[in-house]
Structures are given as structure tokens and as C-alpha cells.
Write a protein that binds this ligand. Sequence first.
Ligand code: GLC
Length: 478
Amino acid sequence: MWWQDAVVYQVYPRSFQDSDGDGIGDLRGIEQRLDHLAWLGVDALWLSPIYPSPMHDFGYDVADYKGVDPVFGSLDDFDRVVDAARERGLRVLMDVVPCHTSIEHPWFREHPDWYIWRDEPNNWLSAFGGPAWSSLNGRWYLHSFYPEQPDLDWRNPEVVDAMQDALRFWIERGIAGYRVDAIDRLLKDPELRDDPPASDPYGLPVSDDEAKLALTNSRNAPDTGSALAKMREAVGDHLLVGEVYLPSAKWQPYLEHLDVAFAFELLLADWDAAVMRRAIEGSTRRPGAAWVLSNHDFGRLGTRFGHANARAAALMLLTLPGPAFLYQGDEIGQADGPGGERAYDRAGRDRFRHPMQWDPSSTGGFTSGEPWLPAVDPERTNVEAQHDDPRSMLSLVRDLLTQRRLLGGGLELLDAAPGVLAYARGDHAIAINTTGEERPAPASGDVVLETGPGALRKGTLAPHAGVISMGLPGSQKG
Ligand code: GLC
């Protein structure tokens, strides 16, 4: 399968490249920048939603599953991106949002029975805080996210038909598969019973209010597999990557129908060797982990793990076995920003969505107009300056993309000094110093790739360093 060890580049269309000067990225802009992705060496790009939308959640509130929002362009522009990508050996993944539509989707007016209603709210909570129910005409509709995103009822066969139709639409236009949004919310308790009080921790970060509840009825219903099977039926053997916000121990029913699930335990781990080791161990107990360390919801490598660790984080992301997802801008170590003067996202995620920085100009080459969010620091961090510099983060990421194809299969976690994460991939060994001090490196052979000069010297790993070396036959395995 093409995706087995693929690197997928996440494009956040609003912030990638603007082609018409309105300050918002678009499909023509993406087309113009495909050479960057081909040069970098990724296998595919994933487009965050481009569907018509009132943009209360920037496209994760879909008003038409079979169209393109005019702010991004047209269906023709979309076809051009797919063709231009194909010419460069790149595949395109779309983002499907099956659990809810926009409140402005005609379905909400024309087919209210396609949604989930109750005479009065239960205790379910919205992911963004507050109750998951809002009232309309004397009844209450469910919204697991914003009130502008009513949840669809996947137990209604008409909903299944409509969503299958939408899934087929883009497959027929030549995409390679989907990233499936918020899929743990697909099916809930059919009787809409309260979430009982929590007896165990959820296993992934949730809000303080959510942590008080077991969250067993509001999501992840036992029969979720039956709905996932319908998605699989519609897409054939095209790739389905699940955004399953559950600990890996609960992935099994999802992986029976989806190909891979994002490994949130690692995404949300602290930059600490022991914590990351546990997350990797848990997520690799069975095949099916898709690695991701940053995206439009959680922020960037350089900010979350600290600027000093951005290179080692990229090295880890790109040397674990299985598909890896790289968020636009992380290849140059772009940082989160302050957001704009006006807050667009009520959940505070604007700061993860500042425009891509292509050159040192004031808008980073993103737009000829006024960008919807300002560039963060294009004069310091941009593609142009890093392109031909062999010591840049961009060069490191490009080298990693080449090198990862030469790593052996499998994964063995190795014993290492405290603060050092180490693993073997076939005859290669990877070591990452998660601390700000020197640390003894696990025994290994010649260095193949390092995060910076002197990362490994005389058996010692420099602070924040990451190294790929040839392994030693018979080195101690943990
Ligand atoms: C996913 C998306 C996020 C969105 C939410 C609701 O988690 O990544 O951006 O707000 O689903 O669709």
C-alpha cells in the first residue's frame, strides 16, 4: 500500500498561499506551491476542509459536501490541484467531516430528522465547553462541537446514503482518501442517556468538566463499527485516516474499518523520553498508528516542544514506522503566533494557523494583500532563506524524508540513559536527547544523520540532539 510509510503534508488552505490578493489562501495558491512539496519529498498532501461553509469552524462546519467554498476557488481549481499533484507524484487527501454539518447546510432545514434531537438536554458536553445541546423551536439539537455544528444521526439510513454519496464524489475526482474528522463522535448511545460520573481517567487530555464524566454515552458507541463499515464501503480501498480522539487501547473497532488512527498519546506527550517511550509503546502494540505531532488544533513543533527541540521532534516524527503527518510550516520550524487583532476561532486556535512563511517580506510571500492573520516572523524564518542552506531545518526535514526510506522495518525500543529516547529500525538506531544537558548515547555505529553538527561526539549526545546511526549488531535491546 502506498501509504504504509508515506509522509503526508497537511495543508491548511486558508493559510498556505493566496493567489488573488484577498488575504486568504486558496486552491490556485496551493497549485503554485506544489513544487515545494515535490522538492521536499512528501508523498501526499491532506487538505483541511475546502467545502462551502459559513466558517464558524473554518470549514469543519460543512454546508455542502460536494462543492468548494468560493473563498478557496472552484471545483475546476480543485481538479487542477489534483492533476498538478499527480504530475509531481503527489497524492491528495481530503478532510471529511461526517459527524456534523453546518447549521446552514440545507439538510438541517429540509431533513431535521437527519439530526439528533431531544425534548430536553442531557448532561453531554461540547468539546469546546458548555452543554452539547442548543434549543430550536422548543426542542434541543445535539452539537458535540460548536452550536453551529449540529450532529448528524448516523443511525438514519438516509444520512448514511447521503454521506456515502459525498465520499464517492471526491474519490471519483481522483483523491487518494480521507482524513476522517472527529470520528469517535460518529455514534452515541441510541437512548441518549447521561454520561455517568468518571471512575477512571479518560486517557487523553479533556477539559476539567469533561474529566468529571465517563464520556461513555456521548461518543464511541459499541456499534460504531457498523457506521464505519459504511464509510469503507463507499471508498473501497482508498486511505482512511481516523482522527480518533481515544487512547490507543480503544482503537481496535476503528482499525477494523479505517486504515490508521492518529496517535494522540504521542502528539500530547510532554517532551520527556520516558513519557514518549510509553506513548510509542502503547501506540505500536498493534499496527495502525499514524504519527502526528502538530496540526491546526494543537500548535507547532517549535512552540509546543520548545524551539531547541524542534529538530529532534521532526527527527522522531519522521523515523517512527508507519505514515507520518507533517503540518505546513513545521518543515521550517515556524512558531505559533499571537493570533490577530480580531479573534476568529472561539476555541483560541488562531495562533496555530498563521500563514506559511515563504520569503522574508512582511507577509512572508503568502499574499499580495492584507493577510487574514499576520505573518509571525518571516524575516527570521522562511522557506527561501532555508532552501539552499544545508544546516537549515528545511534541509534537515528534506534529508529525513530521504533517509526514512532507507530505515529498516519494525521498531525496537532500546535501553538508554534517562532523558534519552532510543529505538532501532532494522539496522539503524535512533537516539534523541530530550534534555538540555549532555547525555550518554546508546552504543551505535557511524552517524548517518544528525540534527546539527556535533550532535553525537565520543559517545555523548549534545543537549536537544537527535541522531540516526548505523546500529551495532547485538546492541542491547529494551
Ligand atoms: C476536528 C478538527 C477541528 C474541528 C473539530 C470539529 O477535531 O481537527 O479543527 O474543530 O474536529 O469538526
